[in-house]
Ligand binder design. Structure first.
Ligand code: ADP
Length: 227
């Protein structure tokens, strides 16, 4: 599903140059659930963004379903993101002036009819247990509920891949647990591939495989479940 080959990424130039990814190679199979664990600032988010085509790389190659992400134009990347990838962020990234339902409808509005979009969004919100909160604004929802809206928004396009950047980072342990259980269920039921960043060991070890990241490099890998 994902093939990352010898990827380097630096921000800035000359004296200011900061090498964030240093010769990263990693393959993720379709249907796998992997976690990437490492300290803050080690380059985990940057790696996730490069896979989603949100950040350019300095050298190396990234393939998603054999498509060369590193060579595609913005318009092509936008299409791939829409068709294949669901993003989940630590800060939820919901539009504050839109209801839960409108937030979930957002990614699809330009591509499907309104009625169809609404139906799909309602289904996604029901799946994450929020059928009773569809018309609430984010400010009227708890953090855990806001993250569930964000998960519904990520799921609504039926992505093959979910990229989750510290999805429980802003939640207490109970809500965090609910979010991880929900992602596990989605992984099992839909066979969706999940790449999840965390600095929480307990969460990291719920995956099929844990990748240890330090200072822009992969420094270890543990296979926990043989699929
Ligand atoms: P992590 O996700 O492991 O916390 P990040 O990928 O967010 O790490 O950041 C890795 C390093 O890259 C940090 O030192 C961060 O300050 C730097 N960095 C991230 N984004 C940018 C940017 N857009 N411009 C310059 N430096 C950046």
């Amino acid at each position: 599903m994902i093939r990352i080959e010898k990827v380097c990424k630096a921000y800035g130039n000359g004296e200011e140059k900061l090498e964030v990814l240093k010769d990263i190679s990693l393959t993720v199979d379709a249907g796998e659930f992997i976690t990437i664990i490492g300290p803050s600032g080690s380059g985990k988010s940057t790696l996730l963004h490069t896979v989603g085509g949100l950040e350019e790389i300095s050298s190396g190659q990234i393939f998603l379903d054999n498509e060369p992400i590193h060579q595609l134009k913005d318009s092509q990347l936008a299409k791939i993101r829409l068709k294949k990838i669901g993003f989940i962020f630590q800060q939820f990234q919901l539009l504050s002036s839109a209801t839960a339902l409108e937030n979930v409808m957002m990614p699809m509005l330009n591509f499907f009819g309104k009625k169809d979009t609404r139906k799909k969004a309602e289904k996604a919100l029901t799946r994450v247990g929020l059928s009773h909160r569809m018309n609430h604004l984010p400010s009227k929802l708890s953090g855990g509920e806001q993250q569930r809206v964000a998960i519904a928004r990520a799921l609504v396009t039926n992505p093959k891949l979910i990229l989750a950047d510290e999805p429980t980072g802003n939640l207490d342990s109970t809500n965090g647990e609910n979010i991880i259980s929900l992602l596990e269920r989605i992984h099992q039921e839909d066979g969706v591939t999940i790449v999840l960043i965390t600095h929480d060991k307990e969460i990291a070890y719920r995956a099929d495989r844990v990748i240890h990241f330090l200072d822009g490099k992969i420094v270890g890998e543990e296979v926990l479940k043989v699929r």
